[in-house]
Design a protein around this ligand. Structure first.
Ligand SMILES: Nc1nc2c(c(=O)[nH]1)N[C@H]1C(S)=C(S)[C@@H](COP(=O)(O)O)O[C@H]1N2
Ligand SMILES: [Mo]
Length: 313
């Protein structure tokens, strides 16, 4: 049983951010901790968001992960290739304001540039608790805030040329690593098939733990696709193109044999260098069995019914 009928998640049993931050303020008073630079550091001072609870099908019943796992153990190669580096270096980045997102491409009947402020008002913000599974076989459970990406795409009045969506991250060579340092091309690009992009689970995400996104989690705006490996969930989104052909994606460009376009979580198809059968849920001692489509099969499997998922990995 993965989806609970009544969303009644209590933050009292999930290491809430407030508890953690209070503990951290307490620690900050300790000279030795400060001197040792030992404080794990999620960003402070994000803005509180107004949101409602997502529908039950969007609320995983797994225990929400500790804020230190979600905001302190990240992949964001623009800010470093180590898991601790994004939380150390991304907070220094000043998120450009106003943040503008370009929506274009042959599939967009009404191409447009839209500000984050306007994006926030396109649909009501919902809190959704999603399991996230990195291709590197660790996972977390995250209380994201956002709304289905389909709401924003519809504003661009998509036409019959919309077969795929191509996403592009923001890139600033002065504030971020060079492609040579990171070992991947920038700007980071990702993509989804039309039906995947319009699927209600695909979340345009502006927050986590009730507040705007910390930089290391992809501020100010990212995509979250919970049935796919984490690298599909592109951060710091700057451009959305509605296109006719399957777009290039960063990890596929870097190593096509290891990272395919679809990248659905699949315990039956191993990565060439490691098994995908199990995962480390951060904060838990024993490994979990990885679920096909990360446990979202009831909602998404039909989109792949006629595909060989070994070939289309
Ligand atoms: N722009 C950009 N987006 C990115 C990445 C990245 O390096 N750059 N890493 C991806 C990977 S591999 C994962 S697992 C998730 C991690 O998201 P999180 O740090 O919020 O858990 O972000 C994805 N989005
Ligand atoms: Mo990942």
């Amino acid at each position: 049983m993965i989806i609970r009928k009544q969303p009644d998640l209590r933050y009292s049993d999930v290491s809430p951010k407030e508890v953690y931050l209070n503990r951290r303020r307490f620690l900050a008073a300790s000279a030795s901790a400060v001197a040792a630079g030992a404080l794990a550091r999620p960003a402070l001072a994000n803005t509180k968001l107004d949101f409602v609870k997502g529908q039950p099908q969007f609320i995983a019943t797994d225990k929400v992960s500790d804020v230190r796992a979600i905001e302190g153990y990240n992949n964001f190669y623009e800010f470093g290739t180590g898991k601790d580096e994004p939380s150390r270096y991304a907070p220094r980045w000043k998120v450009p304001s106003p943040w503008q997102v370009r929506i274009d491409g042959p599939g967009a009947g009404k191409p447009q540039t839209i500000d984050l402020d306007a994006i926030m008002k396109v649909a009501p913000l919902e809190e959704r608790i999603y399991r996230m599974r990195c291709v590197e076989a660790w996972s977390v459970v995250v209380p994201w805030i956002g709304y289905s990406l389909s709401n924003l795409i519809k504003r661009a009045e998509p036409n019959s040329k919309f077969k795929y969506v191509a996403f592009q991250s923001y890139y600033d060579s002065k504030a971020m690593l060079s492609p040579r340092e990171a070992g991947i091309a920038f700007p980071y690009v990702e993509g989804l098939r039309q039906d995947e992009a319009m699927h209600p689970l695909t979340l345009l995400t502006v927050g986590v733990f009730g507040e705007t996104l910390p930089n290391q989690n992809g501020a100010p705006l990212r995509i979250v696709v919970p049935w796919k490996y984490g690298f599909k969930s592109i951060k710091s989104l700057a451009k959305i193109s509605l296109v006719e052909n399957m777009p290039p994606t960063t990890w596929n460009i870097a190593n096509a044999r290891e990272y395919g376009f679809y990248s659905n979580v699949n315990p039956e198809v191993d990565h060439p260098r490691w098994s995908q059968a199990t995962e480390e849920r951060l904060g838990e001692l024993s490994r979990r069995k990885t679920l096909k489509f990360n446990g979202y099969g009831d909602q998404v499997a039909s989109m792949y019914a006629f595909m060989d998922l070994r070939k289309n990995y």
